[in-house]
Design a binder for this molecule. Structure first.
Ligand code: AMP
Ligand code: MG
Length: 374
């Protein structure tokens, strides 16, 4: 593990001293809805850490977040340092009551009210004009703020105990897949932050949908569990950032974070699109070739055709009939390949509709947009 952290540290230029903290790890979630007195006490302590300017990683329904006080510029700086994240990449402000949206946003348009009613608490982030009280450090220097009201009970309680506003990006080192389980948070953040709240695995596994409401027309900046179809239905037609539907457009994405190398496993990932016969044949051919060259090859396959693959490591991402499972498994499968030192990875492709739009968006990023169309 030291080597891996060392590798990323070098890659993103992290500072050595950030590695020397003691990180407390607390386990919650046994009782789920009803917290035990010990869990209550731990969450209260976690809230106090955030109030005092410290950092706590916590579960949400999407992925684990790395939380600090959204109203404290110093906390934002610490988050950027712990993640090795460029400081022009804004954080999402997490709230735990609908009314608080009006305290972080300067205006709350009618569309935001309707979206809140339909999808909050839940995996939707809204971009709105920023209220003056939100520091620029939290918004990466922007005049807009990203706001989300998560549905996870641990997240809600922590936000309430920490004063109501948690700034949080995903709790991974910058460039790595977002953590869908506490074990990956520990892998990336142990020694870098004050506390990690371990609630096992998350439910959704992809980050929230980001919808920009600060310009004339609502526009999806990052696809997620709340799909374009769901938003169209509620608001009439919504736009989508051109870089999501046309990744080769050459334009810069409007969500600053979407421009960075992201979600990447260490092995070289290639997506293969075609009929299932073409895909298995192509992948098996390349796996055999790689083997002769001394490379370790991994495959991301679906349950329906898994047995047809011949490679060093074959991982099942779920059934084609169940996109929610594919979404939930994607980031952990990518991380598992790192654990097995796989140097070359091939993945099946998925139709980019519904939840598939978010799945393909993350997969294409992880692959650096390498896709073979047969
Ligand atoms: P993460 O927390 O890792 O899910 O990253 C947060 C995402 O939200 C990044 O892609 C940011 O660029 C995006 N984001 C946060 N605030 C804004 C904003 N005001 N405008 C556009 N994108 C934002
Ligand atoms: Mg992230």
């Amino acid at each position: 593990m030291k080597n891996r952290i060392g590798f990323w540290q070098e890659e993103i230029g992290l500072q050595e001293e950030a590695l020397e903290m003691r990180t407390e790890i607390v386990r919650v979630g046994q009782g789920r809805e009803a917290f035990t007195p010990q869990e209550e006490e731990a969450l209260l302590r976690a809230g106090n850490i955030i109030k005092q300017g410290g950092l706590v990683a916590f579960p949400t329904e999407t992925v684990y977040g790395l939380g600090g006080d959204a109203m404290n510029p110093e906390s934002a700086r610490k988050i950027y340092a712990a993640k090795g994240r460029p400081s022009d990449n804004p954080l999402i402000v997490h709230i735990c009551r609908w009314a608080d949206i009006g305290l972080v946003a300067e205006r709350v348009p009618e569309a935001a009210r309707r979206l809140g009613e339909a999808f909050w608490p839940g995996p939707l982030t809204m971009i709105l004009p920023k209220a003056a009280r939100v520091p620029k450090e939290t918004t990466g220097g922007l005049d807009t703020v990203a706001v989300r009201f998560p549905s996870h009970p641990v997240a809600q309680k922590l936000i309430a105990y920490s004063g109501g506003y948690i700034a949080a990006p995903s709790a991974n080192l910058s460039g790595k897949p977002s953590p869908t389980s506490a074990k990956y948070v520990i892998e990336d953040m142990d020694g870098r932050i004050d506390m990690i709240i371990d609630d096992g695995e998350v439910g959704i596994g992809l980050e929230s949908t980001i919808l920009d409401l600060a310009s004339d027309m609502p526009r999806i900046l990052r696809p997620g569990y709340i799909t374009q179809e769901m938003l169209d239905k509620l608001l009439g037609k919504v736009d989508i950032d051109v870089t999501i539907v046309e990744p080769d457009s050459g334009q810069a994405p409007r969500a600053p974070g979407m421009k960075y190398r992201h979600y990447a496993p260490m092995g070289r990932l290639v997506i293969v699109e075609g009929t299932s016969g073409q895909v298995t044949e192509y992948i098996n051919g390349h796996a055999a070739e790689n083997q002769r060259a001394g490379e370790k090859t991994g495959v991301i396959g679906t349950a329906e055709v898994l047995e047809q693959y011949h490679a060093d490591v074959v991982k099942c991402i779920g059934s084609r009939k169940d996109e929610e499972t594919i979404a939930r498994n994607l980031f952990s499968v990518l991380r598992e390949f790192d654990d097995e030192n796989v140097t070359s990875i091939y993945s099946e492709s998925f139709p980019a509709q519904g939840l598939g739009q978010a799945i393909m968006n993350r997969l294409l990023k992880a692959a650096g947009h390498r896709i073979v169309k047969l």
